[in-house]
Design a protein around this ligand. Structure first.
Ligand code: DHB
Ligand code: FE
Length: 289
């Protein structure tokens, strides 16, 4: 039996969510509605635990910097320590990798035309650890292994939506040819609308975000044609993080002739710092016509 992709998950990575968890503030009035809103996703994953998560995220100048900007960087390591982002590393467990699956992904998608940068040693910042906190709360050890896939959405030019969706399709093939009977989830993270600086700081575009989630579920091939500049215009300068969701969506089997995704959970929440929080849980291929 080979590995299979059981679900794709999509969510923001607002660093303040991690801080609220780390400092025990989740019951405070500002944060409680958001953490309550995420509870169905936590209940679902507790009942449907993955062996491995391929976690598509972006680094924010912590593991990488402007000295070196890989467009798509695949983590190959057995372990990834939380990065020191200026206030010390987050007090969360070390992230355990899956080097054999990483190596298989590289062997599968690079010959297929996706020239990944392979990273044997790196730390992981809030882009990766906040989604883990959102789904798993505060365990002593993370309950699954993680293969990090870091995408450049910090320095333009960023990859196109089409390139991201197609990389997701290549990842599906890679997972389904991995000769081990494991359950894999792919998480696409970042977004939703936010702009952290300049005259439009604080921008939230709920209409764009909700349409994006509709299209993410129902119309990803059309969504893949949206150019990066439209994310900037509509969702703010950091809204371009949303393009990473297309990698996870591309891995789902409806785009290869299988069943449609089953919607398990959908959340849209404001406020959380300066960022609109979105969260989607889609089971893979469970809806057939
Ligand atoms: C914020 C959001 C981000 O995605 C990020 O990487 C940094 C800060 C914020 O809303 O404060
Ligand atoms: Fe970010």
């Amino acid at each position: 039996m080979s590995a299979r992709i059981a679900a794709a998950l999509f969510m923001s990575h607002v660093p303040a969510i991690g801080v609220a968890s780390d400092l025990g503030k989740t019951e405070e009035p500002y944060w409680k509605p958001l953490f309550d809103g995420m509870q169905p996703a936590r209940d679902w994953i507790a009942a449907n635990p993955p062996d491995v998560v391929i976690l598509v995220y972006n680094d924010h100048g912590n593991a990488f910097s402007l000295q070196m900007i890989p467009t798509f960087a695949l983590g190959m390591a057995p372990f990834y320590e939380p990065a020191d982002e200026g206030w010390g590393p987050r007090p969360v467990p070390t992230v355990e990798g899956h080097p054999a699956l990483s190596a298989h992904i590289a062997q599968s998608v690079i010959p297929a035309g996706f020239d990944l940068t392979l990273v044997n040693e790196m730390t992981v910042d809030h882009g990766l650890t906040v989604p883990l906190t959102m789904m798993f709360d505060k365990p002593d050890a993370w309950p699954c292994k993680v293969v990090p896939l870091a995408v450049n959405v910090v320095q333009h030019p960023t990859p196109s939506g089409r390139r991201c969706l197609e990389l997701g399709k290549a990842l599906r093939t890679a997972v389904e040819t991995f000769d081990d009977d494991i359950i894999v989830q792919i998480w696409g993270t970042g977004g939703m609308s936010h702009q952290l600086q300049g005259a439009r700081a604080g921008l939230i575009n709920a209409e764009f975000d909700n349409r994006f989630m509709d299209d993410m579920i129902n119309d990803p091939e059309v969504l893949a044609e949206v150019p990066p500049v439209e994310y900037l215009r509509e969702a703010g300068s950091e809204g371009i993080e949303l393009v990473m969701w297309l990698i996870a969506r591309g891995s789902m089997s409806d785009l290869a002739g299988g069943g449609s995704p089953g919607e398990v959970h959908r959340l849209y929440h404001v406020p959380a710092s300066n960022t609109a929080v979105g969260q989607l849980v889609l089971e893979n291929g469970t809806v057939t016509a």
